[in-house]
Design a protein around this ligand. Structure first.
Ligand SMILES: [Mn+2]
Length: 380
């Protein structure tokens, strides 16, 4: 008995506003459907963030429709829950998944908390935010009760767990019932497998590079989905790796070596069949940013799909060092002090994490953190 587990396909996401990137996310999804039909699992579980938005572009809906019908033709049932991207946090809001119910998609929801497939219990809850943690813990206890008479039990969730996402979790490992054999997780975009409960807890990760900081985990663990064999006492997880449509290059260049490094990157790009995404940091030395920018643009704008340059001149590095040394000027302390009057640690935490991300140039992370903050506290 084997099933496939995937998550975080984020269909409809147009990274950097690029049409080609939207297509890349569809491409890998379609290749996964082909691969699933080839591998013939007994069923498929999608653990949330099927779509990037709760109102996906038509093209995203069409790709899912095509995939679900192909799996239906192949006789492979598909189970899914909604992730934080699939649904707005409002009572009775419906995820776009409901459009595919008549085509056979089995949606795990508060209404249908579980299904039985091949005598296996497949149950879970869609994403909930951190301030609904008590509700989540309660429904997990209920799921534990509902599943207790089945030999094999799968719990499907789209949540961050404290152990793996210490700053942005909604769920503590200690609050997850230990009676399940497989924890089919979604939400964290890195691939993670761990021993937990009666078997394994696993995040298959996102299927494309949704954010540049996923690059490290992708290079180490690949991207794709899991094939899970539930035949033995402990589930066996096999990673199925998918090829990405294009390379994501992240390079750091020390200014004095700029020309030689540009040459190296150019040579590498000439070996690729599709235009890569290039994120370049030039640091050290006192250089003229706009001159370096023009040079990079001239070399890379035609051979890359996107060029994202960052600059860190020596004077900026020096200033950072000074700030680190002088504790009176510690920006963290200054921020915390200034925000004390709010008497709300969450606001201080928000400001500190925004400061950390923005000062490292991670505007995408900062955006995501603010979005989450507002979702959690104001979007009800
Ligand atoms: Mn996601």
């Amino acid at each position: 008995m084997k099933f496939a587990h995937l998550a975080d396909t984020h269909l409809g996401y147009r990274q950097y506003g690029l049409f080609e990137r939207e297509m890349d996310f569809y491409n890998v999804f379609n290749h996964i459907i082909d691969k699933l039909i080839e591998e013939r699992p007994d069923f498929v579980i999608h653990s949330g963030d099927l779509f990037e938005f709760s109102r996906p572009p038509t093209n995203a809906l069409l790709n899912v429709q095509k995939g679900i019908l192909a799996l239906k033709d192949a006789g492979i049932p598909v189970y899914a829950i909604a992730g934080n991207h699939d649904i707005i946090m409002r009572k009775n809001a419906l995820p776009p998944h409901v459009l595919f119910k008549e085509m056979g998609l089995k949606i795990i929801s508060p209404k249908n908390q579980f299904f039985i497939e091949n005598d296996i219990f497949i149950g879970g809850t869609p994403y909930v935010s951190k301030h609904q943690a008590t509700y989540l813990t309660e429904s997990l206890k209920n799921l534990e009760l509902m599943s207790k008479d089945y030999d094999k039990r799968i719990l499907v969730l789209h949540q961050g767990i404290d152990k793996y996402l210490p700053f942005e979790y909604e769920l503590e490992l200690a609050n997850i019932p230990e009676s399940f054999n497989y924890y089919a997780m979604g939400h964290i975009h890195a691939r993670i497998t761990d021993d937990f409960g009666q078997g394994k807890l696993a995040y298959p990760g996102s299927t494309e590079i949704w954010k540049i900081d996923e690059l490290g985990n992708y290079q180490k663990n690949g991207k794709g989905f899991y094939m899970v064999d539930m035949g033995g006492d402990i589930p066996e997880i096999e990673s199925i790796n998918m090829e990405m449509s294009r390379e994501f290059l992240r390079e750091n260049i020390v200014f004095p070596e700029l020309d030689a490094e540009i040459e190296k990157i150019k040579n590498h790009i000439s070996t690729l069949s599709n235009k890569p995404l290039l994120s370049l940091t030039v640091e050290g030395g006192n250089f003229n940013r706009s001159e370096v920018y023009d040079k990079l643009n001239q070399v890379f704008s035609d051979i890359c799909l996107s060029l994202r340059p960052n600059f860190k001149s020596q004077s900026l590095i020096d200033a950072e060092e000074i700030l680190k040394d002088v504790s009176a000027l510690n920006p963290h302390k200054l921020i915390s002090g200034r925000l004390k009057e709010f008497e709300n640690q969450k606001i201080t935490d928000l400001a500190l994490s925004l400061f950390n991300e923005m000062s490292n140039g991670n505007t995408e992370n900062a955006e995501e953190i603010s979005k989450k903050f507002y979702e959690e506290f104001y979007d009800n």
